[in-house]
Design a protein around this ligand. Structure first.
Ligand code: TXE
Length: 500
């Protein structure tokens, strides 16, 4: 691992002035009712970069009132799909036009790599809006073959006012993958970004207004989870809640939804995904993929493949390669184009990861690399690899959400299926083999929502994404995600003028 202390190569990147720090309600940036503000901190230094309006229950009430009015009486749900599509395409174009500023905001707010933001994540956020814009004029029900002399058909109608509670690890992608299908369906919404990363969400709100999305359709309330977030999940006038975050908070969201107006929820929660490597693969290539599977986005990825199972025939060779390659993995300032890993999102997350690393050491796993903070200001942690990890150790069971890999050895297909499934989570799995029989057997036996064979993080807007077991339910991305924002209305009428 190399630690960069700064390079002239990126000194030209213009870190934008933060323009939007207030709540976005009914098309306007406004202070919170209490006037309270909270600090947004740059994880590169631990320094405060902005004071953000702290929305609470009363602010959520105002935002829901605006969204309700926009849904019940406003134009958005009543526009034709073509008109919604046109406005959404404009929104996507504006995201592309502001790609550098958005990438920089996610870098200073969340420690995310600027280069990846600029070339992949923000363009992909724009594409996500475009994908669902393309669906806006293709939402239709079906004609039914009824058993009697009835004409029966279904309508698919927008579900209403949606509450989106989103996390901090992919602020732009999460925002657009939730907002895109909800807009296409004709819903109105209140979005609460994570308190760690409010900046880009407010910027998207500004762009949505420029694009022509009517006032009240897309509201953003920044604030904390236990206040603003809880007010969304328990709100009597929100028709649906979509949540991405920890399993623990997902449970609270579901309880609050049940205890209030029984609104449906969809939950995308934690993971502890297995990355399974069989003997027959190219060890050199697979090592790169395994490293990326754990370390991408500094390990703050719900589908991180951080339980790496390696078949015994290549185990020793794999470890040698792993150590060799991790030395070339650069930790440093996320604006530096040579850096692979920026700082963890905040002090809490940083300390939480370090405490998991201590658990690993205490419970008897062997540290192969890293295991400590990197030696610079900010919330940086060295890429950490443990071997001799038993399935019941804390580091093998709990989602660490940091740059920490556990490597485990296995012998047979049956054994690895059992061990890979031995988790409360079921979000994703990677299977590396050239043997089709093994690939088919294992992919069908793993209880997880996404399986990647000979690839990892192979996301696509078309590929539905979500969990089994305690990783949640409901799907983001793909046309499946549109269903979350629609409900089916059945209509029947006599074909002939007969008395019913
Ligand atoms: O998540 P929280 P945290 C996991 C990951 C991470 C851990 C803790 O393991 O280390 O969770 O992260 C809002 N009612 N994931 O504490 O608290 C909160 O404001 C309603 C996995 O940051 O779940 C934020 O907007 N909302 C994950 C969002 O929930 C509440 C991504 C997520 O925060 C709330 C993030 C409440 N009572 C963390 N309390 C993934 N699946 O990708 C908090 N929130």
């Amino acid at each position: 691992m190399t630690v960069q202390n700064g390079s002239a190569e990126y000194s030209h990147i213009n870190i934008p002035k933060i323009k939007f720090t207030k709540l976005f309600i009914n098309g306007h940036f406004v202070d919170s009712i209490s006037g309270k503000r909270f600090e947004s901190v740059d994880p590169r230094s631990g320094e405060v970069i902005a004071d953000i309006a702290e929305g609470e229950k009363e602010d959520v009430d105002l935002a829901v009132k605006a969204a309700r009015e926009a849904f019940d009486n406003g134009p958005w749900p009543r526009l034709t799909g073509c008109e919604r599509r046109r406005i959404m395409l404009k929104f996507a174009d504006l995201i592309d036009e502001n790609v550098e500023e958005l990438a920089a905001l996610d870098a200073i707010d969340g420690g995310k790599l600027y280069k990846i933001g600029k070339t992949m994540e923000i363009p992909s956020a724009a594409e996500s809006i475009r994908y669902f814009a393309g669906a806006a004029d293709k939402i239709h029900g079906s004609t039914l073959k009824m058993s009697r002399e009835l004409h029966g058909y279904t309508l698919r109608e927008p579900i209403g006012v949606v509450g989106h509670i989103i996390p901090w690890n992919f602020p732009s992608l999460m925002f657009t993958m939730k907002v895109g299908p909800a807009l296409a369906a004709g819903c109105t919404m209140v979005v609460k970004p994570a308190e760690q990363t409010p900046l880009s969400a407010l910027y998207y709100a500004h762009l949505s207004k420029l694009a022509g999305i009517p006032d009240g359709v897309l509201n953003v309330v920044t604030g904390y989870g236990h206040t603003a977030g809880a007010a969304i999940s328990s709100h009597m006038d929100i028709d649906k809640v979509c949540f991405t975050g920890s399993t623990e908070v997902g449970r609270l969201v579901m309880q609050a939804a049940a205890a209030s107006n029984l609104k449906p929820v969809s939950l995308e929660l934690g993971g502890k995904s297995p990355f399974i490597i069989f003997d027959d693969v190219d060890v050199d290539k697979v090592t790169d993929l395994a490293l990326l599977g754990t370390l991408y986005n500094k390990g703050e990825v719900c589908v991180a493949g951080s339980r790496v199972f390696v078949q015994e025939g290549i185990y020793d060779k794999f470890l040698v390669k792993l150590v060799e390659k991790v030395k070339t993995w650069v930790v440093g300032d996320p604006f530096d184009p040579n850096v692979h890993q920026g700082p963890q999102v905040d002090k809490n997350q940083y300390e939480r990861i370090l405490s998991f690393i201590e658990h690993g050491k205490r419970e008897g796993a062997t540290l192969l690399t890293g295991g400590k903070p990197s030696d610079r200001k900010g919330y940086y942690i060295e890429p950490t690899i443990f071997i001799d990890v038993a399935d019941d150790m804390t580091i093998a069971k709990e989602e660490i959400f940091g740059p920490v890999m556990s490597v485990m050895k296995f012998k047979t297909v049956e054994e690895v299926i059992k061990r890979a499934n031995g988790t409360k989570y079921g979000l994703a799995a990677g299977i590396m083999t050239n043997d089709l029989n093994i690939a088919n057997t294992v992919s069908r036996s793993i209880r997880a929502g996404v399986i990647w064979i000979n690839c990892y993080f192979a996301f696509d807007r078309d590929l539905p994404y979500g969990g089994y077991k305690m990783s949640g339910f409901g799907r983001d991305m793909g046309m499946e995600s549109l269903d979350k924002y629609l409900q089916v209305k059945s209509v029947a009428m006599p074909i002939y003028d007969s008395p019913w």
